[in-house]
Write a protein of this length. Structure first.
Length: 459
């Protein structure tokens, strides 16, 4: 049996979850258009759809909520929030938002012009959508090892430095307003980025005069991997590693719903004073006053405390260890997964799981739907349904490098027993994988966010 790292906490409050039977789930799926985003949460037994906003807050965070100052302007929780982000990142200007995609919207609607390029290791869905919506062109420049689910590399989230230099040489820094690094690399399997790679990207950006930003949703998990895997960091504390990571960037966007372990919240942080006024004006237009940005005072307090808790090494060892435990169980059962396991989720290789289903028939979505049908577990497809796009020039469909199913673990929510149930369910489905059928989209949307609302059927 793979080693399981015990939870570094005790459980005080529980929430009842109930099983449904197969016949009921079959009807639920029909009503949902075979789109797992449309399934009522009370009809889900174990919910691995996302780790965003689904974590369990601590007693310390709940205590902080009771101190919420709901004044419109400059409540006391704002100062605690601002200090926490500045202390963690070393960045000067802080813009609170209600979640990360709003920070992305404010950033790209301000700095992007039509036809500009935004390089990243891998963009996630909302980041990509915000770039496209503002006329930009997202570029994924992850290293080749990050495109191979089976190949081992300690930092498969690294950006390809040669490709980045080629982009900047070809298009010129005037057409690249910012370079992004997503830590950890969600679309590429939750894989970390090394400190050396961050420094190398920084050097390239300095040579071309282009700012560097993090998508910092899972900064603490990335720091933990650096401590565990990168030479010279084993004796450093997580806060020290985090501070060094952020010392190489000009700014960041963050959904606090991930590594700040809250149910709502986000921010952007940066050093360029010329961006402060346009960002604040945009914030007021779409979110709220600059000292609350769409959040209640109590939410600001929960984020401030969560950012500190997320850097606790015992918590991170359990967090990353829990993901590895599930991955080890699946691998032992023969299930093809992306290796090594990342920080927040186990990713199943849908192309290997169902090789008889072609990519235009969405093998990952078929696996997701059948997993819910058979076991009441909700996961999410990260592949052809989410990322395939029609080329505007050739009219051909461009498929992503990887076709994955993500089993995202909410923070401090599920126990080892839950994970064993998940593993048993996936392994049972894998043994009957030849019975899985491909799928088609009934309503043909070209939106980069079609996976959220498309209705499908089995072929």
């Amino acid at each position: 049996m793979p080693k399981y790292i015990p939870e570094p906490f005790r459980i005080k409050v529980v929430e009842t979850i109930k099983k449904t039977d197969r016949a009921e789930r079959e009807e639920i799926l029909k009503q949902a258009g075979y789109n797992i985003f449309n399934i009522p949460s009370e009809k889900v037994y174990i919910d691995l759809l996302t780790d965003s906003g689904t974590g369990a807050m601590s007693d310390n965070q709940w205590a902080g909520i009771q101190t919420g100052d709901e004044s419109y302007a400059h409540c006391r929780n704002w100062y605690h929030f601002e200090q926490a982000v500045q202390s963690m990142t070393g960045l000067k200007y802080i813009i609170p938002t209600h979640q990360g995609r709003v920070a992305e919207n404010i950033l790209f609607s301000t700095i992007l012009k039509k036809g500009m390029f935004v390089p990243n290791n891998n963009h996630f869905d909302t980041t990509r959508a915000n770039i496209l919506a503002n006329g930009g062109i997202p570029l994924d420049l992850v290293i080749d090892e990050g495109k191979d689910p089976q190949k081992y590399h300690p930092f498969k989230g690294n950006m390809d430095i040669g490709k980045l230099e080629s982009v900047l040489n070809e298009h010129g820094p005037k057409n690249v307003p910012v370079v992004f690094i997503t830590i950890t690399n969600n679309s590429g399997g939750g894989q970390p980025v090394s400190m050396e790679n961050i420094r190398q990207v920084r050097d390239v950006c300095d040579r071309f005069g282009v700012p560097l930003f993090f998508d910092a949703c899972r900064f603490a998990e990335n720091a933990y991997f650096i401590k565990q895997r990168e030479v010279g960091y084993s004796s450093k504390s997580i806060p020290e590693i985090v501070h060094e990571m952020f010392s190489y960037v000009d700014g960041c966007t963050m959904s606090a719903k991930k590594d700040a372990i809250v149910n709502i919240g986000g921010f952007m942080a940066f050093n360029n004073p010329n961006l402060l006024d346009p960002f604040r004006e945009k914030l007021i237009q779409i979110e709220g006053f600059p000292s609350y940005g769409g959040l209640a005072g109590r939410d600001l307090e929960a984020v401030a405390r969560g950012l500190i808790e997320a850097q606790d090494e015992d918590y991170l060892a359990y967090r990353v260890g829990q993901v590895k435990y599930l991955g080890d169980l699946l691998e032992k059962g023969g299930v093809p997964i992306l290796k090594p396991t990342g920080g927040h989720a186990v990713y199943i290789n849908a192309l290997k799981f169902s090789p008889h289903i072609s990519r235009d028939q969405f093998p990952g979505q078929s696996l997701v739907v059948n997993l819910y049908l058979e076991s009441g577990i909700r996961a999410v497809e990260v592949g052809s349904l989410m990322f395939a796009q029609k080329d505007s020039t050739t009219g051909k469909i461009r498929y992503p490098n990887l076709d994955l199913v993500r089993l995202a673990l909410p923070r401090r929510v599920y126990t080892g027993g839950h994970l064993e149930y998940v593993a048993e369910s996936v392994i049972r489905l894998y043994k009957n994988r030849e019975s899985l059928r491909g799928m088609r989209i009934l309503d043909h949307h070209d939106s980069p966010l079609r996976h959220f609302f498309a209705r499908l059927s089995f072929l």
